[in-house]
Design a binder for this molecule. Structure first.
Ligand SMILES: [Cu+2]
Length: 347
């Protein structure tokens, strides 16, 4: 069992590593109110693994491996899938209550347990942050990826700057601005300690003049940003449902391909990608791996339609955001996939 733990620890991200670090320390579990580990099954060698992004809605595995949807390494988490009996909500409050385009405000996010609203909910760090907040406009023309900052009241805050103010440390931290009125969706991506990964979808309405909505109909797989040309290439040439997609992310500068190894780490990885479906406003976090100097993005689309994707990478301390439109068609499950599915049922 030790060797299993060791193997798991190597392949694990920060959040799960913290969990394992506290595995042998019952006192710590007591503090967290986590008594589940004291039961006999948890120590009999039966371990569970789960995608850190919870791509498969609580699905667990008995052995380490990779998530078939996003390709990330499964994390060791003996609470995974079973849940811990708690239902988490991310409470959202803005001050003022009604936001207005171009005006300053404060957005406060507080993780809560349903029925235990007075409890503080500690969050694990994943990809270097406790909460990743993605804000998109309903037409998916606007994208923001920021990180609310913990304050002494136990909330995680985002400062909304008035349009005449400058960002303190550039974009991507704990500040944003709403230049236009309209309807926005915020996805809060977080992981309470000892619980499954959570994703909360929050509606944000901003008063004021709205931009006329952009209509996306066709795929646009090439994006130019800050002197880089970024393109996506689907393995097999098509973006389709019912199969695990391998998408190459190719980044060119001055006509030459930039090897992915050249990028700086951004939030603990060479790149991050968020994909949101226009019809269902469903959120896919794609975790790119690097293969032969290129970004290799894995994901699975559940339904056909228009998706927008934002690929972020960092050079010279600056984060670049390339944006794409992906028209996903209905696909047939390929043989390899069928094989995988029947294998899964045997477990
Ligand atoms: Cu983030």
């Amino acid at each position: 069992m030790k060797s299993i733990l060791k193997l798991a620890a190597i392949t694990m991200s920060m959040s799960a590593a913290l969990f394992v670090a506290s595995c042998g320390n019952e006192a710590k579990h007591e503090e967290n109110g986590d008594h589940e580990h004291a039961d006999s099954t948890a120590h009999s060698g039966a371990h569970t693994y789960m995608c850190p992004m919870n791509c498969e809605d609580g699905k667990t595995y008995t052995e380490p491996g990779k998530c078939p949807k996003c390709g990330m390494n499964l994390e060791h988490n003996d609470n995974a899938g079973k849940g811990n009996g708690n239902t988490y909500v991310m409470q959202y409050v803005s001050n003022p209550a009604q936001l207005e385009a171009g005006k300053e405000a404060l957005l406060s996010f507080t993780p809560k347990i349903k029925g235990k609203e007075n409890d503080q909910v500690p969050l694990d760090i994943h990809h270097e942050k406790k909460i990743h907040l993605i804000i998109v406009s309903k037409d998916l023309s606007y994208f923001e990826h920021i990180h609310p900052e913990f304050n002494s009241n136990g909330n995680y805050d985002i400062k909304v700057l008035s349009s005449d103010k400058k960002f303190t440390n550039g974009r991507g931290h704990n500040e944003t601005t709403f230049e236009n009125g309209g309807e926005y969706i915020a996805f809060a991506d977080y992981n309470p300690t000892g619980a499954d990964h959570q994703l909360e979808k929050i509606e944000i309405k901003v008063d004021g003049k709205a931009k006329s909505p952009v209509t996306y109909k066709e795929s646009n797989l090439k994006s130019t940003v800050d002197g880089y040309t970024v393109s996506l290439e689907a393995e097999g040439g098509k973006f389709a449902t019912n199969q695990q997609m391998h998408i190459a992310g190719i980044i060119m500068q001055g006509g030459k391909e930039v090897p992915a190894e050249k990028f700086e780490n951004y939030l603990g990885a060479k790149a991050h990608m968020v994909v949101v479906g226009l019809d269902k406003m469903d959120y896919l976090h794609v975790h790119p791996e690097v293969e032969n100097g290129r970004l290799d993005l894995h994901t699975t689309f559940d339904s056909p339609g228009i998706y927008r994707g934002w690929l972020q990478f960092q050079t010279n301390g600056k984060v670049h955001t390339a944006q794409f439109t992906i028209n996903v068609e209905e696909g047939k499950a390929v043989d390899g996939e069928k094989q995988n599915h029947s294998d899964e049922h045997k477990h």
